[in-house]
Write a protein that binds this ligand. Sequence first.
Ligand code: HEC
Length: 517
Amino acid sequence: MKIILTLFALTSVHVLHAQVTFSEDVAPIIFQHCTKCHRDGEIGPMPLTTYAEVAASASIVEYVTGIRYMPPWTPDHTYTTFRDENVLTDEEIATIAAWVEAGAPEGDPSLTPSVPVFPEGSQVGVPDLVLTLEQPFEHQGNNTDMYKVFVLPTGLTQDRDIEAIEVRPDNKNICHHAILGVDISGQGAQLDAATPEYGYTQFGGFGFNPIDNFFSAWVPGSSPLVFPPTLGKKLYANSDVLLQMHYGPSALDQSDQTSVNIFFSDSPVQRYVQTAAINPQNLDEPFIIPPGEVKTFHGTIEVPVDVSLIDVAPHGHLICSSYEVYAVSPDGQDTIKIIKIPEWDFNWQGLFAYPNLLRLPAGYTVHCLGTFDNTASNPMNPNDPPQVMTWGESTTEEMYLCFIQFVVYMPGDENISLPSLNEEYMMVYPKEQLFPSYPNPAFSEMTVGFHLKKPYRLSLDIMDMRGTIVQRVFENQSFGMGWQRQWMGLNDLPSGQYIYRLHGDDFDQSQSFIIAR
Ligand code: HEC
């Protein structure tokens, strides 16, 4: 049965035109799923931007896509959907295979789509605060990984509400991932001062427990989290941002001076983003993995009040092999899936955000299953022969830890979506695009986003259901090309259903929304 299905998939590709070609079939797949990392100066080991480059690696491209090693995406996408998800469909994998089997023909080069334009500067806008490594970090070309914590003083004299945190890796050849925390105790600065070099070496976390041990996280290809209006994080007065960088192995000496862009909230934050961590304290047994054993730990936490999940970030080290996290109702009848990582990969850990906030009702129990393979047959095992593994931050210790970022639930949260800035840039939109507004239902304000292929003069109107204009948000305003966001105040309008219409020369799109008070 499986063979028939595969054959059918291949045939359906072939019906489109006589032969699978690079220009018409393969280039759109590669440009959408691979090129953001596989181009000059990025982390992928070879560029995949032209026919010649992709054809030169044709069989290895077929292999790594066939086993779903590339693009790197560790969560099971049939379990939960996340923002910025980068997964090939079975048809796309079959198309690449059919192309390679056919001898990797180019086809008509004039039909090859152009390589997407990748953002060079900030994806969010003009930052209010830029924290940069005081001096470049010199990464030796000795083919080993390096984990460094840099202590970046914020210089803030008062607490500030934060709308977005954006990591701007400087040397993308070696920046593999970053985890950010916030310290107000000065312990990070002390650890740094105790080492002669700039920054201090630390494998797992920060070497101590700072006030915010999960301010943000970054992996290549992930776009910054921009919290919807009225939600946000807090950055404390006199605090230091702790930036833990993982630098990947390199044969050549490299240098890096990464920065972190911080965006203050325009409107006051009404609900602060909070972090919960499922850790060994939530287990009913000690976190000890005997040598030669594969062991699953099952931790639980109760949900005390209704909450809306924003993102989840499981964390483990080298012998971690899988994670599964879900919530179950008190009567056991309902399960809400949170994340499943069937094959943990230390190199590809990140923060996974939901496209829309995910509600967990009070009384539900969150279950977190983490499996660790401490056998000699695990090639990732740092100890040979295997040793007892316990909790700790070094390479030869393990972690059972899952961060969940959330806010206290409010009706309508299910409709709040986190815009995926990355995809707006990545996707080569065939035409202008108006995205859904948030929050919807709206209370007193709302944000709309749209994508323009060229500069425009545009007007934005709010109409009632009869088509009468009830509010002009702006008229004949100039916009450049690319991703745009506009905020509208709704205080003059009564509760009800409305339509907003964005229009200009040869562009006219509308969407409906609700005001509920
Ligand atoms: C998020 C960044 C990222 C994306 C997206 C990505 N790659 Fe990679 N790729 C890497 C990195 C980093 C490596 C080298 C390290 C490794 O093998 O894990 C790599 C390695 C490879 C290799 C070499 C494997 C080897 O061992 O020689 C191939 C081939 C490859 N990628 C193809 C692709 C293709 C095809 C796609 C799209 C379908 C893709 N990659 C998407 C980052 C990425």
